[in-house]
Design a protein around this ligand. Structure first.
Ligand code: ZN
Length: 307
């Protein structure tokens, strides 16, 4: 029965179809479960792992850098610009805003939504009887250790399948009161003294076949997707429409003053650099707060259905 729009008491801008929503939820859940199978996290204490080459990058590199826009509504968005060099509506927005001096609170928002770098490495957990390749997503402090080892001539073959090294990852989780006591936990990496093969008793070809068949392409894992420009634009517009309210809530955040100072400085720098926003963003993303990392990473796999 057709109804006149004036008679309908609308609770939202669109009327969702409950069946369709459930279907989509289930589909999303399935996708998330599937993706989670490929995620590795250290357990508390000692973990023994072997990082392997990632075969789907331009360079056969074991350390993959992925740029995300976090905090843009109910989902994290992979940045097309910094990941694959395509146009990104969120970066366009930030760039446009930064072409003139912006007020502090606006700069706070821009720093929250700018593209942030995350690191992933494919690895095999030595504790698993039946080895599978999974991805470890880790923060800057872990990246720094891996990067230092891979520059060291003695360790530079560390990720190689034939003469690489296992790594002992000693992990202490953050305390429950981390925000108060400042104990954000720690992750220490120590490569094994001896070079070993990825699998003993296997031929080079067999190891190669294993890697070929078992190292997934991150972009094929469902949630690690570069969305179309228009799709990101829609997500971003919806987020910006509701931003006034959420910003008021977050206004009291104690991080504000720090962010503001940094923001001011970056704006000054921006003026000097002209259009070179890339250097700003890269410098800033490099120093992302590691306490946010776990949450950010979890957010990648959240459906966002609370909103
Ligand atoms: Zn972007």
């Amino acid at each position: 029965m057709p109804v006149k729009s004036g008679q309908v008491r609308t609770q939202s801008r669109f009327q969702p179809d409950p069946d369709k929503i459930n279907e989509e939820k289930e589909e999303k859940q399935k996708q998330q479960d599937e993706t989670k199978k490929y995620i590795w996290k250290p357990k508390e204490g000692e973990n023994k792992v072997r990082i392997v080459p990632y075969r789907h990058a331009k360079y056969n590199n074991s350390i993959i850098q992925v740029y995300f826009h976090y905090n843009v509504g109910t989902q994290s968005v992979m940045c097309p610009k910094y990941n694959v060099g395509k146009k990104c509506p969120i970066c366009d927005y930030i760039e446009d805003k930064l072409s003139v001096r912006v007020p502090r609170d606006e700069y706070f928002l821009l720093t929250r939504i700018r593209a942030k770098k995350r690191y992933f490495s494919p690895l095999v957990d030595r504790a698993e009887e039946d080895p599978t390749v999974r991805f470890w997503g880790y923060p800057e402090r872990v990246y720094d250790q891996l990067e230092a080892y891979s520059r060291d001539p003695d360790y530079k073959t560390m990720f190689y399948p034939l003469n690489g090294r296992d790594i002992t990852v000693t992990y202490a989780p953050p305390s429950e009161n981390a925000k108060k006591d400042g104990n954000w936990g720690s992750t220490q990496l120590v490569p094994r003294g001896k070079e070993t093969e990825l699998f003993t008793g296997k031929t080079i070809d067999e190891i190669d076949d294993f890697l070929e068949a078992n190292v997934p392409n991150l972009l094929n894992l469902g949630l690690f997707q570069i969305l179309e420009y228009e799709v990101i634009e829609n997500i971003f517009n919806r987020f910006m429409e509701g931003e006034d309210e959420s910003d008021a809530e977050k206004g009291g955040n104690k991080e504000n003053s720090k962010e503001e100072t940094r923001g001011e400085r970056a704006v000054e720098k921006k003026k000097v650099d002209g259009d070179n926003i890339e250097s700003d963003v890269k410098n800033d993303t490099g120093s992302s707060k590691e306490e946010d990392f776990e949450k950010d990473f979890e957010n990648l796999f959240e459906s966002g259905e609370d909103e």
